[in-house]
Write a protein that binds this ligand. Structure first.
Ligand code: MF3
Ligand code: CO
Ligand code: CO
Length: 288
């Protein structure tokens, strides 16, 4: 149960005193992550059925709370560093960590719902975008580009690849679509700990950074903006928004490094993780 070995990793040049320790997990851990990840995915599938114009963010929170309780799971965010909710709900220009408050969703809104369920000690961490009614073309495009960026990052994962390969794949795709990548947040090691080493940056240079090894488990969770990449945190100390108030999107999967690539633990059994919108290149009248 939960057996892993620690690998010593060459410390970054600027902090030569620290030796980072990255866990390598075995089959029991992968099984635990598969179970927790599927449960989180099923919860996010349920959110898809619930979400509609007029639904409040706190109703989404209640759904996640009830879902967790009825599946012997615990939402990891509840009480985490003082955070008081079972999920994060980030609407339109909110980048991440939005409170599920009494605000009601309206036609044209886009919202990220981020859920982490702990099942038998393992953390399944995943988020998706949901469109309310008919969002603008630019919003649909942002959602599509963000999902593609996450999947390209994930597809760079295999033993021998480097963390920079993930960041580079994400950044180059988002930027090629005239979007920007948020640099203030990143993915993270996960397992029996919610936020573990290493940090999984959403930008970087191919061939640089920590070398991936079979048995590593972490999240890939890029945040992509339609406008500039700068964010600010509101006075509530949590809610991060785009400084230019442009729309922001995010997707997140928890994954493991396998002998020949990766395994996604938080895949939807119903195929609901990927956005339903078709990517069409912005036409001339859509403007830049
Ligand atoms: N689920 C987020 C992540 O992907 C973390 C949210 S922490 C919270 O890592 F406290 F804001 F909920
Ligand atoms: Co995460
Ligand atoms: Co998350």
């Amino acid at each position: 149960m939960g057996s892993y070995i620690n690998v010593a990793v060459a410390p970054p040049a600027q902090d030569a005193r620290r030796t980072e320790s990255i866990k390598l997990y075995g089959t029991d851990a992968f099984e635990g992550m598969r179970n927790a990840g599927s449960l989180t995915a099923a919860c996010l599938d349920g959110v898809a059925d619930l979400i509609a114009p007029g639904v409040s963010l706190s109703e989404i929170n209640s759904y996640v709370l009830d879902f967790a309780a009825s599946h012997s799971a615990v939402p990891a965010t509840l009480g985490y560093k003082g955070y008081k909710y079972a999920c994060c709900t980030s609407v339109n220009h909110v980048v991440c960590h939005g409170f599920p408050n009494e605000k009601r969703l309206r036609d044209g809104d886009i919202v990220n719902v981020d859920v982490t369920l702990i099942l038998d000690g393992w953390h399944g961490d995943s988020s998706r975008m949901y469109a309310i009614g008919k969002p603008k073309r630019a919003a649909e495009r942002l959602i599509q580009v963000t999902h593609e960026a996450m999947m390209l990052g994930i597809k760079a994962v295999r033993p021998g690849a480097r963390l920079g390969d993930i960041g580079h794949a994400i950044q180059s795709h988002a930027q090629s679509k005239r979007c920007s990548v948020v640099r203030d947040f990143c993915g993270h090691g996960i397992g029996q700990v919610f936020h573990d080493t290493p940090n999984i940056l959403n930008f970087g240079n191919a061939g640089e950074g920590l070398e991936l090894r079979e048995g590593m488990i972490f999240t890939v969770e890029p945040m992509v903006n339609l406008g500039r990449r700068e964010v600010k945190t509101l006075a509530d100390d949590w809610t991060a928004v785009t400084r230019d108030r442009s729309l922001s999107a995010q997707f997140e999967h928890s994954i493991g490094v396998t002998a020949d690539g990766f395994e996604i633990f938080t895949r939807s059994a119903k195929g609901l993780h990927a956005p339903g919108v078709t990517l069409k290149e912005a036409s001339a009248e859509d403007g830049p």
